[in-house]
Design a protein around this ligand. Structure first.
Ligand SMILES: C[S@@+](CC[C@H](N)C(=O)[O-])C[C@H]1O[C@@H](n2cnc3c(N)ncnc32)[C@H](O)[C@@H]1O
Length: 286
């Protein structure tokens, strides 16, 4: 019995879930989400972080919210691109209070969209979607990315899907809450499980450790603030695009493309930063 509770506490990362309230509010405030996904906690966190955002804007040339919005816009674009390429099943892990699934289902009712998150957040999201009138083919499912087996593992979630369809997995605002060895283990498991589909792709954002970046010391301050809010660490991963690409290839992905928000300036209508961006977008085909 003692052993079971030890395992549970090792994989219980629900402390991170508070961050979904914040990002949920940012998406709404910038016209990217439905009001239904706003929570009082998200609103309060927004006001609490406003001074920090002002400081970052001054020192880094962009606020935390700019980097959040850049990643969200580019991820939306990459998902739309995949759907245009025939991806019919989309799995959004750690979907939180994002309304991406809701909006994609409105634009593409034929897409089968599964939102996975920890049980508490997943139940909350299920209720919100039900209140909005959830269409067929929009599923919420408890999933803990750290579970290597069992009903809430990524493997179990993927196993429940149609194996004849091109399948896309997305994570947003998740991977930097884990140290690199931990999240690489998840990526390697994902790459194996994704091989069950005729074609499969994983899309995520990664915040790299750009020690040479002129704003690195302010990034470290932001890291500490995020860590304080979520009662944990917020480690940055890889110190170059090449190292990031190589890491994903070693984790079992066959083709990996790393881009930065700057690559989409002029193509996507999104906020820009005056200095080199601090987030990267990874598209990894299994
Ligand atoms: C910063 S929020 C991101 C939410 C959403 N993707 C967005 O960008 O607005 C992080 C999310 O990760 C989820 N999460 C934390 N640990 C997790 C785990 N082990 N497995 C799956 N999801 C997890 C939290 O519940 C939360 O919804």
């Amino acid at each position: 019995m003692e052993q079971i509770s030890d395992i549970d506490s090792a994989t219980d990362t629900s402390r991170i879930s508070i961050s979904a309230h914040y990002t949920g509010y940012i998406w709404y405030k910038n016209g990217l989400s439905h009001q239904q996904f706003v929570t009082p906690m998200g609103r309060a966190a927004y006001w609490a972080l406003r001074p920090m955002n002002g400081f970052m804007q001054l020192m880094v040339g962009a606020s935390i919210d700019t980097f959040l919005l850049q990643r969200h816009f580019v991820l939306d674009h990459l998902v739309e691109q995949a759907i245009a390429e025939g991806y019919e099943q989309v799995v959004e892990l750690a979907a939180g209070l994002s309304s991406r699934g809701y909006l994609i289902k409105q634009a593409h009712p034929e897409v089968h969209y599964v939102e996975g998150d920890l049980p508490g957040m997943s139940a909350r999201k299920a209720e919100l979607l039900d209140n909005l009138g959830r269409p067929a083919g929009h599923i919420t499912q408890p999933c803990n990315i750290l579970d290597e087996s069992g009903p809430q593992s990524i493997e179990a979630l993927l196993d429940g899907l149609d194996k004849t369809k091109k399948t896309l997995i997305i994570t947003e605002g998740l991977v930097n809450y884990f140290d690199l060895p931990t999240i690489r283990k998840v990526w390697a498991r994902m790459a194996i499980a994704m091989k069950a589909f005729p074609q499969s792709r994983y899309i995520t954002e990664v915040y790299p450790k750009l020690e040479q970046h002129p704003s690195y010391k302010y990034v470290q301050v932001a890291q500490k603030v995020v860590g304080f809010f979520t009662q944990g660490e917020y480690p940055l991963h890889y110190n170059s695009d090449e190292a990031m690409q190589q890491g994903f290839l070693e984790d079992g992905f066959a083709q990996v493309n790393v881009t930065a928000p700057e690559d989409y300036y002029g193509k996507l209508d999104m906020p820009t930063s005056s200095r080199q961006s601090l987030v990267r977008l990874v598209v990894a085909d299994a």
